[in-house]
Design a protein around this ligand. Structure first.
Ligand SMILES: [Mg+2]
Length: 129
């Protein structure tokens, strides 16, 4: 199954790390797009089909919370599943992001397996083993 993952994080190191984890996890057919904040992510998503978004929360200019709000308000984009990947693991933050429409939440640092499971879950488990 080919699918396009948009990785949104202001840290290039974290973007590369997430990408590598997905490649190493053995999920086949992953293609990647990257954005360093919510503005860039939205611009990309209006040009190109994205199957799943992995987003950080703390980013300059447009953070993950604002990105979620923008996506939920956009009829074309609100069906794209979003998984939050953040160092903020507080219950209130997780509940808030899920209430805003996030489909999943992974707290940094995470085990590679955790990220893979979340991706498979939101993508419908087509590659589940
Ligand atoms: Mg950040």
């Amino acid at each position: 199954m080919a699918f396009c993952v948009l990785i949104v994080d202001d840290s290039p190191v974290m973007r590369a790390f997430i990408r590598r984890i997905i490649v190493l996890s053995g999920m086949e057919g992953a293609e990647f797009l990257e954005a360093s904040d919510g503005c860039e992510a939205l611009a990309l998503m209006r040009r190109q089909r994205v199957d799943v978004v992995l987003t950080d929360i703390n980013m300059p200019s447009m953070d993950g919370e604002q990105l979620l709000r923008c996506l939920e308000a956009d009829d074309m984009l609100k069906s794209v599943p979003v998984v939050v990947v953040s160092t903020d693991g507080t219950e209130s933050r997780m509940h808030q992001m899920l209430a805003l429409g996030a489909r999943g939440y992974v707290k940094k640092p995470f085990m590679p397996e955790t990220l893979r499971q979340e991706l498979e879950r939101v993508l419908g488990g087509a590659d589940a083993q």
